[in-house]
Design a protein around this ligand. Structure first.
Ligand code: NA7
Length: 537
């Protein structure tokens, strides 16, 4: 069957890392599957985020797919933390290598998906007027794909160039000689600022709350190193499977107080100088759990910031006071703090001088108007659930997913929703997914879903659904892990907050925080036990 025909065994929404792998697995099972993708090519996150400085925070070789030795051996990474263009090339390479492109439909916006209870089919409507049907519907729509603009008057009136980082132009932007504003200092803003600061004529950074950032310490991968990496992939992925977050960095199995002060300092200095997330995830095990241990490490990082930023007043503004290190997603930076030492770079604290409106010329704060050529909105996402809200999912008896998830994103194991049969939310809300190294989490989700599909085929099952009781059980588990974490003491997208979306500036239990190994074991146990919590017809 060709992709143009209306019915498929399976439809996958999204051609990122997740949709690509799900399509491959379904094709291996002999299913007729098509991918619907709103971009003009595959890549998902790596297709859209073309802003300067966009790159991995996880080691390139721990990010790629692990399932194909052939792909691992054929692909060379050029840097320890590859930049977006390289990753986009990688996804395209995989898609072509596996012969998947012909089963993907691009430039396809899914407007709604409705379950026909009697016919046991999903009807998937596209904004181009087409409606496709399928038996199984998989979402691979990303956790950070619904970009949010700030709710500031006049955004549309600006006469210069402006964009949200997620929608950065495909053509390179001319930064040289330009007066630039960046609003937002999350992981994205920090990458943009580090990358453009040396190029532009003027840069004003509008900061609401600072984050605890740490150096990425990136570097090129030589041919010899790449050969060593290729020879060590088994060890690399075994290591990733052994750590709570699926990265190459796992906690030291000691409490901070067990280690003499001088040794602690030496270890922390080494972590600070080492590549990647070690500083966040390779620390003493109580740093992210015990408030005193966290305060001590936060003080260490604060001193690092003071030592890197020349102006003490600016340094103090860049040091978070409302949360401890690592309780929000830690942005990994490259010469971010040094940017503030450049004479043409200015930090604007919007708590002192709030933004009142965007004007045709630039940005007006309580301090007056400042003119810009370019405004970059690095203002984040309606994370985790936003991409689902954008599509009108309608399940049994007219129930909508939006309403079902109004208070909390209720799911069973992060893979199914009661009342929405045959819909699988791959690496979705309340899965371990986005709190961990995402591709390994995607592999877990996709392989589990593929096993379930194989089971369903083998047993001539037409319908898989979960129950409200199973959802409640999983919600209680998800919540209990949040309750143990320091993360809930701060507002961030990990805890479901977004001030730019109605009814989203509050705690929601959107991610399973129990770690990748526990999540994997839980999914495996459910499969081994014949899928308790699921009802098959
Ligand atoms: P984040 O981490 O949600 O950061 C968004 C930033 O934008 C953050 O600093 C916000 O300040 C700021 N923001 C948002 N709205 C406003 C308004 N209205 N005014 C001023 N400042 C605002 O998104 P990112 O894209 O940086 O990172 C998302 C993930 O992508 C990242 O964690 C990686 O996993 C990849 P706030 O802190 O809310 O005060």
């Amino acid at each position: 069957m060709t992709t143009a025909e209306a019915h498929h065994d399976a439809i996958i929404i999204g051609a990122g890392i997740c949709g690509t792998y799900m399509l491959h697995k379904l094709r291996l099972l002999g299913m007729d599957a098509t991918v619907l993708e709103r971009g003009e090519g595959p890549g998902g996150t790596w297709y859209w985020n073309r802003y300067p400085g966009a790159r991995f925070d996880s080691e390139s070789y721990s990010y790629g797919f692990s399932f194909s030795d052939e792909i691992l051996q054929e692909w060379d990474w050029s840097e320890h933390f590859a930049a977006q263009p390289e990753t986009l090339r990688y996804v395209n390479f995989v898609v072509d290598k596996l012969g998947l492109r012909q089963h993907m439909q691009f430039d396809c916006n899914v407007a709604s998906a409705r379950f026909d209870d009697g016919g046991n089919r999903w009807h998937v409507s596209l904004t181009d007027g087409r409606t496709l049907t399928c038996t199984f519907l998989f979402t691979a729509i990303g956790m950070l794909s619904a970009a949010t603009m700030p709710r500031i008057d006049g955004v549309e009136s600006f006469q210069g160039q402006s964009f949200h980082t997620y929608y950065a132009p495909q053509q390179p932007v001319e930064w040289e000689g330009k007066r630039v504003a960046v609003i937002g200092t999350g992981a994205t803003g920090v990458q943009v600022i580090g990358a453009i600061a040396p190029k532009v004529a003027e840069l004003a950074v509008y900061q609401r709350r600072p984050n605890w950032c740490a150096p990425l310490n990136n570097g090129p991968i030589s041919a010899t190193e790449m050969a060593d990496i290729k020879a060590s992939y088994d060890d690399i992925f075994a290591k990733c499977r052994s750590t709570p977050n699926g990265f190459l960095h796992g906690p030291v199995r000691k409490d901070l107080a067990e280690v003499p002060q001088a040794e602690r300092q030496a270890f922390w200095n080494a972590l600070y100088a080492s590549p990647g997330f070690g500083v966040w995830l390779g620390n003493y095990r109580d740093v992210l759990i015990n408030p005193e241990a966290n305060a001590e490490f936060s003080a260490f990082i604060a001193d690092k910031i003071r030592s890197r930023v020349h102006d003490p007043e600016v340094a103090e503004k860049l040091i978070p006071k409302d949360h401890g290190f690592g309780t929000r997603r830690v942005p990994m930076e490259t010469r971010y703090y040094e940017a503030y030492n450049l004479p043409h770079v200015q930090l604007v604290d919007v708590n002192d001088t709030p933004i009142e409106r965007i004007t045709p010329e630039g940005i007006e704060t309580s301090d007056g108007v400042r003119a810009f050529d370019i405004i970059v909105y690095a203002t984040g996402f309606d994370a985790i659930t936003g991409a689902f809200d954008r599509i009108g999912f309608e399940g049994k008896d007219g129930a909508t997913l939006r309403e079902h998830w109004r208070d909390e994103p209720m799911t069973y194991l992060g893979v199914q929703v009661a009342g929405f049969p045959n819909l699988f939310t791959l690496a979705g809300p309340q899965a371990a997914s986005v709190a961990t190294n995402f591709p390994p989490a995607i592999e877990t989700a996709v392989e589990w879903a593929a096993d379930l599909v194989a089971y369903v085929k083998e047993h001539n099952i037409e319908r898989v659904e979960t129950t409200p009781a199973a959802e409640q059980e999983w919600f209680d588990e998800v919540k209990s892990v949040y309750d143990m974490s320091l993360l809930t003491q701060t507002r961030s997208w990990f805890t479901g907050y977004n001030s730019n979306v109605d009814d989203r500036n509050r705690l929601r239990h959107v991610i399973y925080l129990g770690g990748a190994p526990a999540y994997r074991e839980r999914l495996a146990k459910v499969a081994q036990e014949g899928y308790p919590g699921f009802v098959f017809h």
